[in-house]
Design a protein around this ligand. Structure first.
Ligand SMILES: [Zn+2]
Length: 640
């Protein structure tokens, strides 16, 4: 049993992939994003009724209580009244439904006779309607599994959904969204919580992502695939992590969540040892402690009429400074709660004092005021009284949860694989039928037609890569399982003059070794990669130069390929220039050539390549050297 099995780790995935359809899910607007100034801007305040919410949903209420204004940006050419919720949705996009049904067929899932669109309550403003439209297109059957060395993982559901509006900015009183993304079709594939290790989670996600790409009707690039990860430990909590954008980050996110939960359990045990059974504190105005403070944040707050409000955390001394994820302490978790529930910018705690211009004397006065003993900590906030009180109440709730271990939460992924608190886990009863969209009957004929046009499955591809492209079985297998599979196929078809072997080697071996060196290859987009292979095909650079060129492209995202080749001294040499260089080296080594006779070729080739490596294809150089050496020898014989 490995460590994760001992801990009872269970992971389930939800992958969301944007589809590259001609139009959106419920209107005929194009599926494209736009960064121009909007043509239309309008404001809404969402007020969900209790009946729409069904059972009272803590997560929904939290959003509602913030009382924010939602500002929407729209365009006259790429958005319409449907996105603005001024017109009912049109019929479900049949092209998108076909793609979702094909994914269902590829996963051997069971398609219902009728697909019914539902409304899922979302009140963070990301949907103008206050709900997201979603339809179950298929449910997993006994054969709907992703095979994996650590055990099969079942597919639970395949849904077709509309993407939400794009959040542009957020401030204290308003959130700005752009409507271009709202309504772009998304496929959601969710797995059973059968994944047992971080690595397995990543492999399963990559395999599902690969199915999407094999189908070839999906969007690519940052933000077009997003996954939510459900994680639980036997003794920990149930946590949903939202919005992981990079499939290759999944194992790290899972690993860091396991670490976080274990640290929280350690904190719980330590609190038990210390005999802490409850967390109670008055929320005390301690502004006068800081009336002469040198801390800028505090003095500026006080000048604005804000207050310093504080609580005592009995038995928590030293625990707020415990690191629970890289760069994140238990105090950071408390801060997340204060920010989300109180709308404050941050908090201070005594485990990090003295700091931020706050002196030892101020800290001891604060502790005295709250009646803190040596085992007690304090958290304090500078803001208007209402926000500060809400924030500290949330901190007290979070600290009470610490006595039980790991609270169930929805968390958001940070780019480094750590996570931050977002909101409580949503309740279950948030779906009801969308009466504006007719249910769609799925006929047997339709499924048969789609089954006939399914793409080549991985096993057939493997065979073709070995037989047609001459890849070794290992490399072909790597390529089939690669995140860059469709890129490989695109390059091979668009640049037939470059051997598929070179393309595969570059996208797998070279790619991975450069990544290990820390080269930011995510900066190199598909178009630039294609450009590099075209240059290779035209003989403008040699294959030996690929690692250097990739590295330079990653590090200079704005430089053109031309500039990079010049910068690296990889300007292509003309045939005449190569000849001239070879002749010069022959002249310089004339004595050696006389003595070594027919071995001259090897000597000259070695010297020439030490100058030209990476600049000119080795095969071309060898042809030139052979020709020039023969010419030299003949000339000498002629002289005799
Ligand atoms: Zn529209």
């Amino acid at each position: 049993m490995n460590r994760y099995e001992e801990l009872g780790l269970k992971v389930g995935l939800e992958l969301h992939q944007q589809l590259n359809t001609k139009s959106k899910l419920f209107c005929s607007c194009p599926t494209m994003l736009k960064d121009d100034e909007p043509d239309v801007v309008f404001i809404r305040y969402l007020r969900p009724t209790r009946s729409e919410l069904g059972a009272v949903d803590e997560a929904a209420l939290l959003e509602y209580e913030k009382g924010k204004a939602y500002v929407y940006q729209a365009y006259s050419d790429i958005t319409c009244l449907v996105e603005m919720d001024e017109e009912p949705p049109h019929a479900l996009n049949e092209e998108a439904l076909d793609i979702a049904l094909q994914i269902a067929l590829m996963l051997k899932a069971q398609v219902p006779d009728v697909v019914q669109v539902m409304r899922k309550v979302v009140i963070d403003g990301s949907n103008t309607t206050g709900f997201q439209r979603t339809a179950v297109v298929a449910v997993g059957g006994p054969e709907s599994v992703i095979q994996d060395p650590e055990g099969p993982v079942h597919i639970q559901t395949i849904c077709l959904e509309e993407d939400a509006a794009r959040k542009i900015s957020e401030s204290e009183d308003k959130v700005v969204f752009k409507l271009d993304r709202l309504g772009i079709p998304l496929i959601e594939v969710s797995t059973a919580p059968e994944i047992k290790t971080p690595e397995q989670a990543q492999r399963v996600a990559l395999k599902i992502g690969q199915l999407f790409r094999i189908l070839g009707k999906v969007k690519r690039g940052i933000g077009t695939i997003r996954q939510d990860i459900n994680i639980s430990l036997a003794k920990g909590g149930k946590v949903e992590i939202k919005g992981v954008q990079d499939l290759e980050l999944i194992s790290k996110v899972v690993e860091l969540e396991v670490q976080r939960q274990l640290k929280l359990l350690e904190i719980r045990d330590e609190l038990k040892r210390r005999g802490v059974v409850d967390v109670k504190s008055d929320i005390v105005d301690v502004s006068d402690v800081f009336k002469n403070t040198k801390s800028k944040i505090i003095s500026q707050g006080l000048q604005r009429g804000h207050k310093v409000m504080a609580i005592k955390l009995e038995g928590f001394a030293g625990l707020l400074g415990v690191e629970i994820q890289p760069g994140r302490r238990f105090g950071t978790e408390l801060k997340d709660y204060a920010v989300v529930w109180g709308g404050v910018k941050g908090l201070f705690h005594t485990d990090e004092m003295p700091a931020y211009g706050i002196t030892e004397a101020e800290v001891s006065e604060l502790k005295k005021r709250l009646g803190c003993g040596p085992n007690d900590a304090s958290v304090f906030v500078v803001d208007n009284e209402e926000r500060a009180v809400k924030a500290l109440q949330a901190v007290l709730r979070r600290c009470r949860d610490a006595l039980r271990g790991v609270p169930d939460e929805t968390r958001a992924a940070n780019p480094d694989g750590t996570t931050r608190y977002m909101r409580p886990r949503p309740g279950a009863s948030r779906m009801y039928p969308e009466t504006d969209v007719r249910p769609i009957v799925i006929t047997k004929e339709r499924l048969e037609r789609l089954a006939r046009s399914l793409p080549e499955m991985p096993e057939e591809k493997l065979k073709r890569f070995v037989e047609e492209y001459g890849l070794s079985k290992d490399l072909a297998l790597l390529m089939i399982n690669s995140y860059r599979l469709d890129l490989f196929e695109r390059i091979v078809s668009e640049v037939p003059e470059v051997s598929p072997m070179i393309v595969a080697t570059t996208l797998e071996y070279t790619w991975k070794s450069l990544k290990r060196e820390g080269v930011p290859l995510e900066q190199v987009d598909e178009t630039r990669l294609l450009e590099m292979f075209k240059a290779l095909g035209k003989g403008l650079m040699a294959k030996e130069a690929i690692p250097d060129v990739l590295k330079a492209m990653a590090e200079n995202p704005n430089a053109s390929l031309q500039e990079i080749l010049e910068k690296l001294g990889l300007r292509a040499l003309s045939l005449d220039e190569v000849r001239a260089l070879v002749d010069r080296i022959i002249e310089e080594n004339a004595d050696v050539l006389k003595e070594r006779g027919d071995r001259a070729f090897k000597v000259v080739m070695g010297r020439v390549m030490s100058v030209l490596r990476g600049k000119v294809d080795g095969k071309l150089v060898s042809e030139v050297v052979r020709e020039r050496v023969e010419h030299f020898v003949r000339a000498r014989v002629g002289v005799k």
